[in-house]
Design a protein around this ligand. Structure first.
Ligand code: ADP
Ligand code: MG
Length: 584
């Protein structure tokens, strides 16, 4: 094909793809425009997860009728005049491409009226071609309706996630703007159901309650830290409130929601040693910094920024968090609760934890190499044949060390078994084998009610059938509250509220939890919570039954998450280590 200039229509669709990836991007751009227009009231209406309708109305400045057709053109903006302005941007928009982009991939109608005008004006853009501006009756402000998003780019439509995921994205987005602009009343309704409704009274905790539920919102710790012209303020969770993922951490730079892993890392640093491995805080962090110290023109979606002095910003965030925590609760001594991390092994004096690869062992040395994260199916071939075939020899319990590991003897050497990982494996295999038929459920004597954060509650609601399949009987009970009537019998020991929270966290993390695969991941997760913890003394009776349960497993050597359940020290290796046989 010879080189040719793309037709304007295709070029604009390509450009639009950078800005408008999904319905939430439309919401973002329209809300930003409303905020830039000084609105004090913004109403967002969503139908079919934004695929059939995204509508945003505001009571802001409005657009003069004669500028309406310009507003929907590419690179048309009222927020930027010269290149130098790019380095002192005070508005959320500046690229002048949002409306044009949206108009090129949907049917867009924009109606606007300035306070000084006797009537409003309306323009329609369909798949990139704009109609004439018409005069119409309209209230002050602007109304933008975006219908049939991606009707002319079917490939995009196919890439959209499950409706519930798209809806969650929109919820999350609207909530973030509501947090950043508590003095603006923002309401969001999805499928005719009100999801968010802030009063605009400037109270951020009110908005937090929508995000986290009233209970956690109340417990969030306020932080405020000033370093010359840099201010870091906001809210962090007390150490008792954690999540399983990083999504509870949100950041704003000069009122703009931004994503930056380095900022999350700074918050985590502030929490260092106070949280268990794998747990994350909730944090809503506002960074205010002079506009010329930050470049917002990094990405078309404007959700990344570059700081002139990143180190200073990250340090301040870390300090703000640390000081906030110290001010609110003196650091408790949690003790060294050791958890597995790739590449980290506990230091017990006298033990050599190196794997066979590190020691340079040959297959003959009989030391199986446990590589972290590997699942039993992909275990290296260095395993001794009989070890692989019998899966696990019969073990004789010798004792427990550090209240965490069982020491066991086998004819061919010594085994150290991680009691938590081993129990996880046992529970997991039982659960999975029961799941083939019906998982026996155990009715609770006293139904337990659990209040969840509103977004989590919505997720849970959609997943009730899956839960039922797993042996939970859960029913809605009030707006964000659920009643747990039964739990899988295997998990009787687990607090039902705790179990439910773990499940929702998993759904949050894995956006399409309905898939088969996800089901087993959920099971793995619940088993992790239900399994006996490190630090718990086990009687010899308990130790022995755990070992024999583990022997009965199909893949006894790893936990469901792929960590080793046991470390093996062969007699051969011991002999070498003691210098009885050749040099190591
Ligand atoms: P940008 O926001 O980057 O300037 P947009 O394409 O989003 O680009 O909007 C183009 C222009 O249309 C804006 O600069 C602004 O002047 C006007 N505009 C868009 N939405 C609104 C609104 N809700 N109220 C007032 N003016 C608006
Ligand atoms: Mg804009």
């Amino acid at each position: 094909m010879p080189i040719h200039i793309l037709p304007a229509e295709i070029a604009s669709q390509i450009a639009a793809g950078e800005v408008i990836e999904r319905p939430a991007s439309v919401v973002k751009e329209l809300v930003e425009n409303a905020l830039d227009a000084g609105a004090t009231k913004i109403t967002i209406t969503i139908q079919e997860a934004g695929k059939s309708l995204v509508q945003v109305s505001d009571n802001g400045s409005g657009i003069p009728a004669e500028e309406l057709s310009l507003a929907v053109e590419r690179h048309a903006t009222s927020k930027l005049r010269e290149a130098a302005d790019l380095f002192r941007i005070a508005s959320l928009g500046f690229r002048g491409e949002a409306l044009a982009s949206i108009g090129s991939v949907s049917r867009l109608t924009m109606t606007s009226r300035q306070a000084s005008s006797p009537a409003g004006a309306r323009i329609r853009v369909e798949g990139g071609s704009a109609g004439k501006v018409e005069t119409t009756a309209a209230p002050f402000g602007t109304l933008v309706q975006v219908e049939e998003l991606f009707f002319n780019v079917p490939a995009r439509l196919k890439f959209l996630k499950h409706d519930s995921t798209e809806r969650n994205q929109i919820d999350h987005l609207a909530t973030r703007y509501a947090l950043a602009y508590p003095q603006v009343s923002i309401s969001l309704s999805q499928e005719s159901r009100s999801v968010l409704q802030t009063s605009g009274n400037g109270e951020r905790r009110e908005v937090l309650a929508f995000m986290l539920g009233p209970d956690i919102a109340r417990r969030m710790l306020a932080i405020d830290f000033q370093d010359e012209n840099l201010r870091v303020s906001g809210y962090i969770s007390p150490i008792a409130v954690t999540r399983s993922n990083r999504r509870g951490m949100v950041f704003f730079v000069n009122g703009r929601p931004v994503q930056d892993p380095a900022l999350s890392a700074a918050v985590l640093k502030g929490f260092q040693t106070l949280l268990m491995v794998g747990r994350f805080p909730i944090a809503v962090i506002f960074i205010e910094i002079p506009a010329e110290e930050v470049d917002v023109n990094v990405h078309p979606t404007k959700d990344e920024v570059r700081f002139k002095e990143p180190e200073r910003v990250f340090k301040s965030v870390q300090n703000a968090v640390r000081r906030g925590l110290l001010a609110h609760n003196p650091v408790p001594d949690l003790g060294p609760a050791w958890r597995w991390e790739p590449g980290v092994r506990p230091s017990l004096p006298g033990w050599d934890w190196r794997t066979s690869q590190e020691i340079g062992a040959t297959p003959e040395s009989g030391l199986p190499a446990y590589s972290s994260g590997a699942d039993s199916a992909t275990q290296p071939a260095q395993l001794q044949p009989e070890f692989a075939a019998t899966r696990m020899p019969l073990l004789r319990l010798v004792g427990q060390i550090a209240n965490a590991y069982l020491v066991a003897e086998a004819p061919d050497g010594l085994y150290l078994v991680d009691q938590h990982a081993a129990h996880e494996r046992v529970l997991f295999e039982r659960f999975v084998s029961q799941a083939a038929e019906a998982i026996p459920a155990q009715a609770l004597l006293q139904p337990s009610s659990v209040e969840l954060e509103p977004p989590a509650a919505r997720i849970l609601e959609q997943q009730l059938p899956t839960l039922k399949k797993l042996g939970f009987s859960v029913e809605p009970f009030g707006p964000h509250t659920f009643l747990v009537r039964a739990v899988p019998s295997l998990l009787q020991n687990l607090d039902p509220a705790e179990a439910l929270r773990v499940l929702v966290e998993d759904f949050e993390e894995d956006e399409s939890p309905l898939q088969e695969q996800a089901e087993s991941r959920i099971i793995a997760r619940v088993c992790k919570r239900a399994a006996v913890k490190a630090g718990q003394p086990l009687s010899s009776e308990e130790g022995r039954s755990l070992l024999s349960d583990l022997e009965a497993c199909r893949s006894p050597r790893t936990c469901p998450h792929g960590r080793p359940t046991m470390i093996y020290l062969s007699v051969d290796l011991l002999e070498r280590q003691f210098g009885r046989r050749g040099a190591r």
